[in-house]
Design a protein around this ligand. Structure first.
Ligand code: GLY
Length: 363
């Protein structure tokens, strides 16, 4: 198994490899020998597949296991679910030395992390992501939280995990649509900061293997590791999202609005892909992104089965973005890619952002 060091405060490791789920107990014991109880947080899709393996691996280490399984989906990402987790931990007399194990996709990682960040003013969390999206993004970097009816991820905390344990075998059982949506975040990393990843993904697409990458274990391990390293380099430099980390929001400002307008029926990674497509159009229309580069970007997104367009109007996108936490003061921080592998943050007023999107829509 591979270990990637995350130099945040506190620091931790991301462990990546086949059969990592069977090691969860021993990794907890090694990393946090004081843990006596864990709450495994998971959802109704993931628990039937992996809960028993993880419980067994923790049980062998004589650590008491409690569980909180919620209905899968973004609609569960609310304060009621968190209160349910707090309740199980309180009833079972968890103390500050105990831990949460978040076993699942992005929603599980965000909520398990938030429950850990807030119970007894903070206990340990071990992130055990089972989806591609959670492996390459949500589980790493300590962003935790829930949605409010006014917007996605509006309440939360930065809370770094004690360890992230990624079993790439989980990707084999992931439904096709969930795997594909994770590729939205993978492609995002390629665009904003990793030309080598772009070259690898586009070469695979040119060879007609884009829909078969899951069949190659070593390739998947490589892709996951490249993405985790990308994310780690960003969050190590800017843990609290005051600068560089905002580049990870490429495609998200508009993507989040599309996601919310669909009442969360569209997957996050799909909406990010649509959001990236809309920003690519706008950058091309503004003359800052070369048409050939723009075509390469659209081609890569579509080669991996993701969309680059949406019916959202510029007015709807701007209105929705005003409720987003990416808004700071009177400006919206818009992430731009004008050359594959690099990105920049441009602060725009409401009017500037509207104009920018309108020009992209017309082109
Ligand atoms: N998902 C974006 C971030 O972690 O900052």
């Amino acid at each position: 198994m591979k270990g990637i060091f995350v130099g945040t405060k506190p620091s931790y490791k991301v462990i990546i490899g086949s059969r990592a789920l069977t090691q969860v107990g021993s990794l907890i014991e090694k990393t946090a020998p004081d843990v006596q109880k864990v709450l495994i947080v998971s959802d109704t899709n993931v628990a039937p597949l992996f809960l028993e393996t993880v419980k067994k691996s923790i049980g062998i280490k004589k650590i008491e296991v409690c569980e909180y399984i919620f209905e899968a989906g973004e609609r569960s990402k609310n304060i009621d679910s968190i209160a349910g987790m707090w309740g199980v931990m309180a009833e079972n007399r968890f103390t500050r030395t105990d831990a949460v194990v978040a076993l699942g996709g992005g929603v599980v990682c965000d909520m398990g992390g938030f429950a850990a960040a807030t119970f007894l003013r903070g206990i340990k969390v071990f992130q055990v992501p089972t989806s591609l999206l959670a492996m390459v993004d949500a589980s790493v970097g300590g962003k935790t939280g829930i949605d409010l009816k006014e917007g996605k991820n509006l309440a939360g905390a930065f809370w770094q995990p004690s360890m992230v344990i990624e079993d790439t075998d989980c990707l084999k059982t992931l439904p096709d649509d969930l795997f594909t949506e994770g590729l939205g975040e993978v492609i995002k990393h390629a665009f904003i900061m990793d030309r080598d990843l772009y070259d690898l993904l586009s070469q695979i697409a040119e060879e007609g293997r884009a829909d078969k990458i899951r069949e190659d274990d070593l390739l998947m391990e490589k892709i996951v590791s490249m993405n985790v390293s990308d994310k780690v380099s960003v969050i190590t430099e800017d843990t609290l999202d005051n600068g560089l980390r905002q580049t990870l929001n490429y495609g998200h400002t508009v993507g989040h609005v599309i996601e919310r307008n669909s009442n969360f029926t569209l997957a996050h990674g799909v909406c990010v892909a649509k959001g990236m497509g809309i920003i690519i159009d706008a950058c091309e229309a503004a003359g800052t992104l070369d048409p050939e580069e723009a075509k390469k970007m659209r081609d890569l997104i579509t080669a991996y089965g993701l969309p680059v367009t949406d019916d959202i109007t510029p007015e709807e996108a701007v209105e929705g973005a005003l409720n987003d936490k990416k808004k700071r003061g009177d400006t919206i921080s818009v992430i731009l890619v004008n050359k594959i592998g690099t990105s920049k943050i441009k602060k725009m007023s409401e009017e500037e952002f509207l104009d920018f999107l309108k020009k992209g829509k017309k082109a």
